[in-house]
Write a protein that binds this ligand. Structure first.
Ligand code: NAD
Length: 351
């Protein structure tokens, strides 16, 4: 927790939202739409959630206004415009998103534009469903805004929707969630609440992830991992992001990289850079990992069977300095000063 300077309090805000949790929780969505008093639901889903979306469409019956099955990572505004047209054509009065952060991002973009209630049903561990944050891309540039009106009013955590998540996505998405918790531990606006969330999230992820990787369809491990990811999303909602998320935004936006894989491979490098300047985060993570957090988390990341370096993701090595310069010029708040040469070394290690 940071000590607020006299006269300048840290502001802790909790968003009002309802969360339904448990195996089969998705079956309560039609009832939830009744509670909201909506009559025409637009269902936004990714291909991976087609079965669940079909099932929901049947359960909604006449309350289904339309389906939009084309969300795209990083919420391009052109895709939002297309979905918005469908929403208006069919006079939808609410949005339900089923899928990863891409589906949830699109639903947030629609709901905030049209002022409609939304229900988010995540199938990954990205955490967007509990944040008031929306990142959108236009012309290759990603901008992020924060507004309470963006946050879904209802979130449904049904671990059954994660049972068939492939091991690669399970690992990288869980490490993406872990990054939210880690950055909350060293955030300048950390509070006792965010510390508690972050510590429990990191502990839960680092305990449940190896368990789930060993038994990907084990219901108990999946439920624990999803709940730890919920806490990690809460961290992202409450504290400001640091170097890790800044690197992910700069690299992901510039080179159009897969979100979870990028987060997964960066985390240990950012930990190595920041932990010497973040003793509280270091002590907590040492206690949780029972060793050196950089080694433990680095090994989890390197266990991925897909790309585990920036080079393998297709980032050109001669593009690293420009990223470092951009970050040092407009740094997110970070425990260690962001110097161009040190950032180039970090990026080169990750490359
Ligand atoms: P994603 O939603 O793009 O999904 C990645 C891939 O995995 C897709 O092909 C998807 O169909 C598939 N998938 C999703 N769930 C699956 C499952 N259970 N089983 C099998 N396949 C599945 O990826 P993501 O990492 O969840 O989300 C990334 C996006 O979310 C980015 O646009 C990112 O910026 C955004 N995000 C936003 C916030 C926020 O607070 N605003 C937080 C985290 C992520």
């Amino acid at each position: 927790m940071s000590e607020p300077a006299t006269g300048r309090p840290i502001v802790h805000e909790t968003l009002p939202h309802r969360v339904l949790v448990g195996p089969g929780a998705r079956h309560a969505i039609p009832e939830e739409t009744e509670r909201l008093g909506v009559r025409r639901v637009l269902v936004v889903a990714t291909g991976s959630a087609r079965t669940a979306a079909d099932e929901l469409a049947r359960a909604l019956g006449p309350r289904l206004a339309a389906r939009f099955d084309g969300p795209v990572v990083h919420t391009p505004v052109a895709v939002t415009a297309e979905a918005m047209e469908l929403l208006r054509d069919r006079a939808a009065d609410s949005v339900v998103a089923i899928g990863g952060g891409s589906a949830i991002g699109l639903a947030k973009a629609l709901a905030v534009r049209a002022g409609l209630p939304q229900i988010a049903v995540p199938t990954t561990y990205a955490g967007s469903e509990v944040t008031p944050v929306l990142g959108e891309t236009e012309g290759g540039v990603k901008t992020t805004r924060r507004d309470p009106a963006i946050a879904p009013g209802t979130v449904v955590y049904d671990p059954e929707l994660t049972w068939t998540m492939p091991p690669g996505l399970t690992r990288t998405s869980a490490l993406n969630a872990l990054a939210h918790a880690v950055e909350a531990l060293w955030a300048p606006d950390a509070t006792v609440v965010s510390d508690a969330l972050a510590t429990e999230a990191a502990d839960g992820i680092l305990t449940a992830l190896p368990e789930v990787l060993a038994d990907p369809s084990g219901p108990a491990g999946r439920a624990r991992l999803q709940q730890a990811a919920w806490l990690a999303g809460g961290c992202l909602a409450q504290t400001r992001m640091g170097l890790h998320h800044q690197l992910a935004h700069a690299l992901g936006g510039t080179f159009d990289l897969p979100h979870a894989e990028l987060h997964a491979l960066l985390l240990a490098h950012v930990l190595a850079y920041n932990l010497p300047a973040a003793p509280k985060a270091a002590a907590r993570l040492e206690r949780i990992t029972g060793g050196d957090p950089v080694t433990v988390i680095g090994e989890l990341a390197r266990g991925h069977t897909g790309p585990t370096t920036l080079g393998a993701l297709g980032v050109p090595r001669d593009g690293l300095r420009a990223i470092a310069e951009r970050i040092a010029a407009q740094p997110y708040p970070n425990p260690r000063t962001l110097q161009v040469d040190a950032l180039v070394r970090l990026l080169d290690e990750a490359w």
